[in-house]
Ligand binder design. Structure first.
Ligand SMILES: N[C@@H](CCC(=O)N[C@@H](CS)C(=O)NCC(=O)O)C(=O)O
Length: 201
């Protein structure tokens, strides 16, 4: 398998999943500056969306969209702890979280990583993020086991996007359950391996 990634970007989530399932894979770094891979290939010819993560599986599947790449990897590895199997109602709770993280958290960071948004606009996104994270904090507080699922693809994805709060100066330090979650996740061996491989530790 090949995973196209950029250090610390949302591609870190499927990267952690790959580490967790002990799958052989190659990491291919992509620069956002020129859309070139580390081998000098034009990334837009590989993934015309121009975005990481992008996966090429051993059987030739070309897959974009991080939430779906993580689902695919969990299912190929038959890891029902990462994503409960069809028929288990918990599956839909993990998928509900995946959709929420993708649409209500991940994408609200976009204005901070592209030019053209002034501070007033950015503050609207920050306020919205804070509101969403306050709700997430309550969910973690009320559940026995992080999000209630353990170390699933949803916890992994939440960890990866929430790391970005620091880079946009969004103070989440008062959200104690969320902070405990982040610290616990950071210590997980697969998270450590992936972060080390991306030069983040
Ligand atoms: N819908 C895509 C979005 C992926 C995405 O936003 N990737 C960002 C990094 S976190 C990216 O590649 N940005 C560079 C660009 O859009 O040119 C997904 O969920 O995987």
């Amino acid at each position: 398998m090949q995973l196209f990634y950029t250090a610390g970007a949302c591609s870190l989530a499927p990267h952690i999943v790959l580490q967790e399932i002990n799958q052989d894979f190659n990491l291919v770094n992509v620069s956002f500056k020129n859309h070139q891979t580390e081998q000098g290939q034009d990334f837009l010819k590989i993934n015309p969306k121009g975005q990481v993560p992008f996966l090429i599986s051993d059987d030739g599947l070309h897959l974009s969209e991080g939430a779906i790449i993580s689902q695919y990897l969990a299912e190929v590895a038959k890891r029902s702890d990462l994503l409960p199997t069809f028929g288990d109602l918990k599956r839909y709770k993990v998928l509900e979280w995946m959709n929420y993280i993708s649409s209500e958290l991940h994408k609200l960071y976009a204005p901070f990583f592209q030019k053209g948004f002034d501070d007033t606009s950015k503050n609207i996104f920050k306020e919205k993020l804070l509101k969403q994270y306050t709700w997430v904090d309550e969910q973690i507080h009320d559940s026995e086991n992080l999000l209630g699922q353990g170390f699933s693809i949803a916890e992994i994805y939440l960890f990866v996007v929430t790391r970005w709060a620091t880079f946009i100066n969004l103070d989440l330090s008062h959200l104690k359950s969320l902070q405990a979650f982040m610290e616990q996740m950071q210590q997980h061996p697969s998270v450590q391996k992936a972060m080390q491989a991306e030069g983040l530790l």
